[in-house]
Design a binder for this molecule. Structure first.
Ligand code: 1GP
Length: 253
């Protein structure tokens, strides 16, 4: 039995790509959550990510209970603040905002949450979080009072990802921002994948199956989709098929 962090490494080693559906319990669109869960089960989605920038704990609890009671897909907290911690999930992304220079989001919030996490049964996944300019105002950048990495500076993103690997982060998350106009540039994903062995997650502004495919071919190991699936849950069928198709042709060791 692999831990969740190890499962992604295991998949990466075998060239298998992964898909996560982001559920934002504060989006006001939880009415069709049952349907989205059903589709995720049928389509073989790998993970649910749960979180939002402005979310309170109350909403989170109900959402986690629904996910847990209708699905065996691992549920990973993707917290927008220190209140989004719950034992009703399997794991939590312990995010450090490495693209920014705000000490609160590099280590301050992590210290605030540390004792609670250490005492919980959650698997804690140390995750380097890199905001990459996505064309729209970025909520995470605003709330953290940091600047995203400019889109045309892949070398900065690469150096940050290499630092994350040297610092032994378990996952690297490249984030263009929820509803981003442009997803993370493929050139950036490719350049990072060529330099680091740490599993790479990419999210923000992925709306079309072709974008997922391009991102995975460029070297992402896991893609995360939120808004597009809230708007059109049926899109998941095509997206998951594309993710599986990228596996094909990879050589098994
Ligand atoms: C996950 O923030 C993203 O990394 C979600 O973005 O809602 O645009 O898919 P979307």
């Amino acid at each position: 039995m692999h831990s969740i962090a190890a499962s992604l490494e295991h998949h990466k080693a075998r060239g298998r790509k992964s898909l996560a559906v982001l559920v934002d319990p504060d989006s006001g669109k939880l009415t069709d959550l049952d349907h989205r869960i059903h589709l995720a089960n049928r389509c073989g989605v790998d993970y649910f990510f749960v979180g939002g920038s402005m979310l309170s704990e109350d909403h989170l609890g109900a959402c986690l209970t629904t996910l847990r009671s209708h699905s065996d897909i691992p549920v990973i907290l993707f917290p927008g603040n220190v209140y989004q911690v719950s034992d009703h999930a399997d794991a939590i992304l312990y995010l450090s905002l490495l693209s920014g220079r705000n000490p609160d989001y590099l280590i301050g919030k992590q210290v605030e949450a540390a004792m609670r996490l250490a005492e919980s049964a959650l698997e804690v996944i140390a995750t380097a979080y890199l905001l990459i300019e996505g064309g729209h105002s970025n909520t995470a950048a605003y709330l953290s009072q940091t600047q995203p990495i400019p889109r045309d500076k892949p070398e900065i993103a690469v150096a940050t990802a290499v630092a994350a690997q040297l610092l032994r982060f378990q996952w690297i998350y490249l984030e263009a921002g929820s509803g981003a106009q442009w997803p993370v540039p493929l050139e950036t994903v490719r350049a990072i994948a060529e330099r680091v062995q740490t599993p790479i997650i990419v999210g923000g502004g992925l709306r079309k199956p072709e974008q997922l495919e391009a991102c995975l071919v460029a070297g992402a190991d896991l893609v995360v989709v939120g808004n597009a699936l809230e708007r059109d849950p049926e899109l998941l069928r095509e997206m998951s098929a594309v993710v599986r198709s990228v596996d094909v042709g990879k050589k098994l060791p």
